[in-house]
Every structure is written in structure tokens, then in C-alpha cells.
Design a protein around this ligand. Structure first.
Ligand code: ADP
Ligand code: MG
Length: 250
């Protein structure tokens, strides 16, 4: 199926057409993506869901330029990601994509503040101080900026990772189970912050999750099954997501 028609009037953060991804060769070849057409409107918070092995991580890795596709095209804004060489792709990931992973991936020897500004520093840029202030205040990190990661709770560490992702004003933030290592209260805080950054800051977010409650924070859920896009839910609730997954036998 395709979900391209209803969004044609909107600016797209990411557009995928005819995405195929094979792993391995011959007898052991696996087709992880079997021709996926998908639009991600700018400013929208989308969750990707589906049974284990349905291709969620593969899709996210391809969309984020972390893996190559076997066939098809991906556009990030006006740039065809699938036409870039390694060097250009590395630069595009650094400058235009934010990541929030399940493991927080903070540098243990650096303060929260230094972790948040690290990508900007590595890119030789200057930190927009007002934006930094706004993000860290919104994320409730003001009293924690001098602390090292091990002096922070899991929820605070993930909020640092979200701040780091937001600071460069990326075209899109990709999350792979961003609340997978958090207790439900901290997870709710982080998801609330992601939702806020989409609604109030216009941040485009694409998140892979297996958790219907996490998905309910998104504006839209796209459902994968066996390497294909099989459905879409707008304004999802935990119950509507659970019901849709149950139909897939997840
Ligand atoms: P999900 O994230 O939905 O659990 P994945 O995208 O990880 O699914 O996997 C989709 C399919 O591709 C599965 O059959 C998986 O075994 C296969 N796959 C994923 N990554 C690799 C890889 N690096 N090598 C071989 N097969 C892979
Ligand atoms: Mg996965």
C-alpha cells in the first residue's frame, strides 16, 4: 500500500519510493524491504511499528543513511540521499539528521552541556546560545548541565540525548526504541519532550518502537509486516495501536 496521496500538499521531511533492501546472497538472501513507498511530512512525529523481523530497523537505517538500499530512492528535503557517496552521506547525517538511540550514547567523561554541544563543536560550528537555553530549559536540564552522565538518571540522560539531537535543528530526528531502557515514568517524560518538540518547535521525528504506549505520543503510526507497509493510523491511541498489531498477529 502507499500513504503518499493524502500528503502531497505538504512539505516533506523524508520521501521514500520503491525501497528494497536485500541482505545476503543466494540461498541465504533475505528481502527485508519489499518495495516501500512512504512520505514523512515536515513537522510530523511518526512511529514505525510492526512485528519483530518486519523490517522496522532496516527501514529506519536506510532512511537515516546508515545503510544503503538495494533499490529505490530516498529524499531528505530536496536532497536525494540514495545518490550520495559515503563522504557526502556522513556530512549529511552530521548536519541534517539527529539520532536518539536506545543506549543513550553519551560521552561519559563529558558534562551534559559538553555532550549536547559536541556535534556542533565537531562540525566546527558555533552554538546558538538562545536556542541552547530554550531547549535545555524546555527539557528541564538547567540544573544538570555541569553533571556527567553517570550523575544523571536514565530519563535525564535520554533528555540530554534529545537536546543534543535538537540543537542542530536537524531536518529529522530518528529514534530507535528511544525509551527502551527507561522506566515508564522516565519514558513518558522523554516521549512528552519528543511530542513537544514536534508540536511546538516543528521538529520532524521518525521513531521505531514496539511499545503501543510510546507510539500513542506520535501523530501517526505506520505499520510494517514482512518487509511491506501494511497500514497507517492517524492520532493513534495505545488501544488502537494494540488492535492494529493484533490483526497482524504481532
Ligand atoms: P525489525 O526491526 O522489524 O525487527 P529488521 O529490520 O531488524 O526487523 O529485520 C528485517 C529482516 O531482515 C529480518 O528477517 C532480519 O533477520 C533481516 N536482517 C536484518 N538485518 C540483517 C543483516 N544485517 N543481515 C542479514 N539479515 C538481516
Ligand atoms: Mg529492530
Amino acid at each position: 500500500m502507499t500513504t503518499t496521496t493524502q500528503h502531497t500538499q505538504q512539505t516533506l521531511a523524508v520521501q521514500a519510493r520503491g525501497l528494497r533492501k536485500n541482505f545476503g546472497k543466494g540461498d541465504t538472501e533475505v528481502t527485508a524491504l519489499k518495495g516501500v513507498d512512504l512520505d514523512f511530512p515536515a513537522g510530523q512525529f511518526t512511529a514505525i511499528m510492526g512485528p519483530s523481523g518486519s523490517g522496522k530497523s532496516t527501514l529506519m537505517h536506510c532512511l537515516a543513511g546508515l545503510d544503503t538500499v538495494t533499490a529505490g530512492t530516498i529524499h531528505l528535503g530536496g536532497t536525494e540521499l540514495t545518490a550520495l557517496n559515503d563522504k557526502a552521506l556522513t556530512q549529511l547525517r552530521r548536519d541534517r539528521i539527529g539520532f536518539v538511540f536506545q543506549a543513550f550514547n553519551l560521552v561519559p567523561t563529558l558534562s551534559a552541556e559538553a555532550n549536547i554541544t559536541l556535534p556542533v563543536a565537531l562540525a566546527g560550528g558555533t552554538v546558538d546560545k538562545e536556542w541552547f537555553q530554550y531547549i535545555t530549559t524546555t527539557l528541564g536540564l538547567n540544573g544538570r548541565l555541569k553533571h556527567k552522565p553517570h550523575e544523571l538518571s536514565g530519563g535525564q540522560q535520554q533528555r540530554v540525548a534529545v537536546a543534543r539531537a535538537l540543537l542542530t535543528r536537524p531536518d529529522v530526528i530518528f529514534g530507535d526504541e528511544p525509551t527502551g531502557n527507561l522506566d515508564s515514568r522516565s519514558g513518558a517524560e522523554v516521549l512528552g519532550m519528543l511530542q513537544h518538540s514536534s508540536r511546538e518547535m516543528g521538529q520532524s521525528i521518525i521513531m521505531v518502537t514496539h511499545d503501543p504506549v510510546a507510539a500513542s505520543y506520535a501523530d501517526r503510526v505506520v505499520l510494517m509486516n514482512d518487509g511491506e507497509l501494511v497500514g497507517e493510523l492517524l492520532e493513534p491511541t495505545a488501544d488502537s495501536v494494540l488492535a492494529s498489531l493484533a490483526k497482524l498477529g504481532a
